[in-house]
Write a protein that binds this ligand. Structure first.
Ligand code: ATP
Ligand code: MG
Length: 137
């Protein structure tokens, strides 16, 4: 069964939306198999989003991700990576399909409530970035 790394971002934890977002995952058939609340340092956020280091929004994105606690989680299910991205909706909430997390909760293209891995390789890397083998059953 496939697993993917999800992050409930600071704009959503701040507004106490963890439960509502988790309900969307569970309703879509995704199982939350690991979850913890942490606050990223700037260095940790910068490393996590290193693929975007040359994009104009990189500094702002890292500051946002380190600004408040996030909830990092591992979601499991058939086709979990794609399914999670469907439930999340498009990056920009203005383009996100009705009923998706970003359509309902995101505040802007930057402060868009959730992250989800985009491929099997990045999912494996991102899960290992936040969770040890002992935390995953
Ligand atoms: P994520 O990787 O967080 O799941 P995504 O895959 O939908 O989101 P990416 O293109 O990987 O989108 O961008 C990573 C994150 O960078 C976005 O989720 C958003 O928070 C931020 N971001 C992307 N584009 C912009 C932009 N034009 N302006 C500000 N922030 C942006
Ligand atoms: Mg991405």
């Amino acid at each position: 069964v496939e697993r993917t790394l999800s992050i409930i971002k600071p704009d959503a934890t701040k507004r106490n939306l963890t439960g509502k977002i988790n309900a969307k995952f569970e309703d879509a058939g995704l199982r939350i198999v690991a979850q913890k609340r942490i606050q990223l340092t700037m260095a940790q956020a910068g490393q996590f989003y290193i693929v975007h280091k040359d994009r104009p929004f990189y500094g702002e994105l890292c500051e946002f991700m380190a600004s408040k606690p996030v909830v990092v989680q591992v979601l499991e299910g058939e086709g979990a990576i794609l399914k999670n991205r469907e439930v999340m909706g498009a990056t920009n909430p203005a383009d996100a399909a009705p009923g998706t997390i970003r359509a309902e909760f995101a505040e802007s293209v930057g402060e868009n409530s959730v992250h989800g891995s985009d491929a099997p390789e990045t999912a494996a890397e991102e899960i290992a970035y936040f969770f040890s083998g002992l935390e995953l059953v």
